[in-house]
Design a protein around this ligand. Structure first.
Ligand SMILES: *Cc1c(COP(=O)(O)O)cnc(C)c1O
Length: 820
């Protein structure tokens, strides 16, 4: 069983034997008494065995083909469960389903046993996962490099409506069946210490780093399995371990505590994923994670390069390194250090390689998310890297001086070093200076990167700034998570749409076909029922699938404006109770969102939504028209139930704040209509599906900027709009927190005295009016079905396969390598 895919035979007897062997020998269970979890583990191991063979074959084939590869460096890979998706990629879903049935098992039950590897926070980490899927599906030689966190993103539960965080031990005690240790790839990583000067054999002055501490990087590979092809690439995750029980030198010096302290710290490096989304916390351990990740990854890329017999001079020709945000920026001075101090290249030769190797993706314009590290911290932990950063900046400043002679203001603005009470290193500036390509993640965002974030860099390095609009993989986000819709699509356009999403445009001509509309809406209804069942079983809330399912699922953040959604819900509540003539189609508002543990207002918003939900779900005065459901512990496996069940997708960020969004794309592909601002990829989605098939509202980017410059006064809207006023004032009463008025007042306070930094009040009226339009349009089911079908049909641009082709053609200069 070394081959696979639809073209190969599946040896059912051999597979069953492999599963039973793992059940007994790997997991020490008996066939008679093993529980579902043990069977899932055994099936996972048996499948992983097949893919590990293919992974080694692909590695060998790529190395021998002398092809160029891309190395995708990301601190996060939010891959979600692998077993079901891998079965689809391997073309074995039906076969394995049949095989486990003969073992007396149900495949769906087994798949439910898998815990999500939640090695990411949200969109950025999920994007990395979709990109790896699309690289493998299209056979672009690639390695994903990340960290093997012991604990992924925290598990969320609610206690009295408040978020409670618990550690996420995603591997369980048995380990994760899809990962394989690669001990021959281990790396040693230095930290702290000092820099020495010395004179080499050629009489040249040289510098070298003498670290005070070494830690060990252990490589774990997860298979990235190409859909319907034979290629399997590694997602290589580094785990940090302490190399020896003690730092012997310091131990012998009598520094017993110091010797062990190093060990404690090393053990901590990959312990836990930082739970911040779009927010830089600046903790020393995070810098250590970043460097550990970069040092292991750069060393492994060089190892592959040399093992294939290549010279260092050809490095940039054969390897591209993509930095997913600034989190892996320290890879740049790390490669410079190795080229200068270990490969003995001079600065110009080293820089020529470095500056043709790295490319950088910017994910945000939010100032609080732009990373800076204090010079003092970097100098202590990575003294040689700090020297190199200063040298890069020194040479860059000469360039700026040449372009804008004597202009110190521009120098201050562009410098990699920010002057102040403590000097800070601006990682984004370091990236723009040191990479050959910088890209934003949607057309609007990339324009704003050029216009607002890096205008002078754009002048200085014309052609360096690009756009690559994000996408999502149609394998996980349609074929796997929405089997009903997938069957319907295949019937109409053939079954190769999962790798050629352009094919779904063939659905357009069925948008007015009454019979097709009925079947399309029947699939939607089944998906709504599947979600309703989950909610009933897990939360005890009964839902009516005739209601509009209106869903906002994403990280909790002020800029994403879950509180705008909340204020609108309050306005509906107010109207249902106080306006005798007010009517609305029944609606269920779903939320799913984790708040960063230190983000107080975000947690207040979760609490408020939960309290409002408690009240409205049980208030007989509302006649069942309004329900609110906050799904706890939002993660990929729940997203797979939520996206297919949505009628309405909430994409309501303040214009200019959401770089792209990818949830918006998953919703529309699955036939939800978007209510959204002219922000991120919403703009391009509107272009694709047409203005009639999307509900756009709110201020435009330039209107937002103008309003803020003129001096925005939220009270103006509060006083002018009685519905808005009534809705906000509900937050001060004890309507939702009986006997405890004021428990929800922090949100109202933020929106009024707090100045409403994300313009919730300014956009409220248009938002509410647009929701009335949705209500009216939904009542005409044929009209709605038509629009939903067109959303699915016209979304092919947003396949991550297209994004990856854009990167390959415009940034990486990468060609597929296929072993046919
Ligand atoms: C797609 C996805 C996201 C990103 O959602 P946005 O709405 O683009 O912020 C976050 N988390 C999970 C689990 C996802 O699947």
């Amino acid at each position: 069983m070394t081959t696979r895919g639809q073209t190969q035979q599946f040896d059912k007897a051999a597979f069953k034997a492999a599963v039973q062997k793992h059940l007994v020998t790997t997991y020490a269970q008996t066939v008679e008494t093993a529980d579902t979890r043990s069977w899932y583990l055994a099936v996972g191991r048996a499948l992983a065995e097949i893919s590990t063979g293919s992974l080694l074959e692909t590695e060998k084939f790529v190395a021998e083909s002398n092809a160029r590869s891309v190395n995708y460096l990301s601190l996060e890979f939010l891959i979600g469960r692998l077993t079901g998706n891998n079965l689809i990629s391997m073309g074995l879903y039906e076969d394995v389903s049949g095989a486990v049935e003969e073992l007396g098992l149900n495949l769906s039950d087994l798949l439910e046993e898998e815990r999500d590897p939640a090695l990411g926070n949200g969109g950025l980490g999920r994007l990395a996962a979709c990109f790896m899927d699309s690289l493998a599906a299209q056979e672009y030689p690639a390695v994903g490099y990340g960290l093997h966190y012991e604990y992924g993103l925290f598990r969320q539960s609610f206690e009295n409506g408040r978020q409670v965080e618990a550690p996420d031990a995603w591997r369980g005690i048995e380990g994760y069946p899809w990962e394989v240790l690669r001990p021959e790839l281990n790396q040693t990583v230095g930290l702290y210490g000092r820099v020495e000067s010395y004179i080499n054999e050629d009489g040249e002055n040289c510098r070298r780093w003498v670290p005070a501490l070494n830690v060990e990087g252990v490589a774990w590979d997860l298979p990235l399995i190409g859909y319907d092809n034979k290629s399997v690439y590694p997602l290589r995750l580094w785990e940090c371990r302490s190399p020896a029980p003690f730092n012997l030198a310091r131990f012998n010096d009598g520094d017993y505590v110091g010797a062990q302290y190093g060990q404690l710290e090393a053990g901590n490096v990959t312990k836990v994923l930082y739970p911040n989304d779009n927010h830089d916390q600046g903790k020393a351990l995070r810098l250590m994670q970043q460097y550990f990740h970069c040092a292991c990854s750069v060393a492994d890329i060089l190892r592959r390069h040399f093992a294939a017999g290549h010279k260092i001079e050809d490095f940039a020709k054969l390897e591209a390194i993509q930095l997913n945000d600034t989190h892996p920026t320290i890879a740049i001075p790390e490669l410079m250090r190795i080229l200068l101090d270990e490969q003995n290249l001079d600065w110009d030769a080293a820089w020529a390689i470095c500056s043709k190797t790295f490319a950088y993706t910017n994910h945000t314009l939010l100032p609080e998310a732009l990373e800076t590290w204090s010079e003092a911290l970097i100098s202590e932990m990575l003294p040689r890297h700090m020297e190199i950063i200063f040298e890069i900046n020194h040479r860059f400043m000469s360039l700026v001086e040449k372009k804008w002679p004597g202009n110190n203001e521009i120098k201050r603005k562009l410098s990699i070093i920010e002057e102040g009470p403590q000097r800070m290193v601006r990682m984004a500036n370091l990236c723009v200076v040191s990479t050959y390509a910088v890209n934003g993640v949607a057309a609007l965002h990339s324009e704003l990167v050029k216009r607002d974030l890096f205008p002078e860099f754009h002048e200085l390095f014309p052609g360096r700034l690009h756009n690559v609009t994000n996408g999502v993989t149609p394998r996980r986000w349609v074929k796997y998570c929405n089997p009903g819709l997938s069957a319907l699509i295949s019937e109409k356009v053939g079954d190769d749409w999962p790798k050629k999403l352009e094919k779904i445009a063939g659905l357009e001509k069925f948008a007015d076909d009454k019979a097709f509309q009925k079947r399309y809406m029947a699939v939607k209804k089944e998906n709504k029922q599947r979600l309703a069942n989950w909610v009933e079983e897990n939360m005890g809330i009964e839902l009516d699938t005739d209601a509009i399912f209106d869903i906002q699922i994403k990280r909790l953040h002020e800029y994403k404006r879950q509180h705008l959604n909340l204020v609108h819900i309050l306005s509906l509540y107010h109207r249902l109770i106080n306006e005798p003539t007010f009517d609305m189609h029944p609606r269920v508002f779903f939320f799913g969102a984790k708040a960063a543990p230190g983000y107080a207002l975000a947690k207040d918003i979760i609490f408020a939504i939960n309290k409002v939900a408690e009240k409205v779900n049980n208030d007989p005065r509302l006649g069942g028209k309004l329900k609110v459901v906050f799904i706890p512990d939002y993660r990929v496996s729940l997203a797979e139930i939520l996206f297919p069940a949505a009628d309405v997708s909430e994409q309501i960020s303040t214009a200019g704040k959401e770089a792209s969004g990818t949830g918006n794309m998953k919703f529309a592909l699955n036939g939800a209509l978007t209510i959204g601002t002219m922000d991120g990829a919403n703009v391009e989605m509107r272009e694709e599906v047409g203005d009639e098939n999307i509900f756009i509202f709110g201020l435009l980017v330039d209107e937002v900027q103008k309003l803020l410059e003129e001096g925005y006064d939220p009270y103006r809207y509060y006083h002018a709009d009685s519905l808005l006023r009534a809705s906000l004032d509900l937050l001060e009463t004890d309507e939702f927190t009986p006997g405890k008025p004021g428990q929800l007042a922090a949100i109202r306070h933020n929106l009024l005295e707090g100045g409403d930094p994300y313009l919730v009040l300014a956009d409220f009226a248009d938002y509410a009016k647009t929701h009335e339009k949705i209500d009216a349009e939904y009542r005409d089911q044929e009209n709605w079905a038509r629009k939903a079908i067109l959303n699915t049909a016209l979304m092919s641009k947003f396949s991550s396969d297209r994004s990856i082709r854009d990167y390959a053609n415009n940034i990486w200069n990468l060609k597929p390598v296929s072993k046919k």
